[in-house]
Design a protein around this ligand. Structure first.
Ligand code: SME
Length: 137
């Protein structure tokens, strides 16, 4: 049905809603495993365009989460040596893996221009968002 929104349109709306609703969410995007390659590909996002549309597994915060299957909360990005800077205004980042049928298929990535803004509440909330997202994939 062509009048229904595509998955990418829905994911983009989720990104925009999160960015507009939560003051310290300044860039919100989804990365997904790129086919059978050991890399992530940028999906829908809200915020400034990024050059990092492909991220090899293991590289940066995102690439590390692709391998660890665990949440990664970064209160201060400058203190990380394996970090890929997207914008000089970013102070903190949170990446939560997205599972479908128990498999890590991607992640939600949020950048903040506020130092140390993320709490366990963000982790639980974003885990919930990812659970809901996995149901529409
Ligand atoms: N900072 C991320 C790269 C993606 S941008 O934040 C959009 C990282 O270190 O993996």
């Amino acid at each position: 049905n062509s009048s229904e929104k595509s998955i990418d349109e829905k994911l983009k709306e989720i990104c925009e809603l999160l960015k507009e609703s939560i003051r310290y969410y300044d860039w919100v995007g989804f990365y997904f495993k790129n086919g059978d390659k050991n890399e992530l590909k940028l999906g829908p996002y809200a915020g400034a365009p990024t050059d990092h549309t492909i991220i090899p597994f293991g590289k940066g915060i995102c690439g590390q989460v692709a391998e660890s299957n665990e949440n990664f909360v970064v209160p201060d990005v400058q203190a990380q040596d394996n970090y890929i800077a997207c914008s000089i205004t970013v102070k903190a980042e949170i990446v939560i893996p997205l599972f479908k049928n128990g498999e890590n298929i991607g992640q939600i990535d949020i950048d903040s221009n506020t130092p140390n803004p993320f709490s366990e509440e963000d982790e639980r909330f974003l885990e919930y968002v990812n659970e809901k997202v996995s149901q529409i994939l």
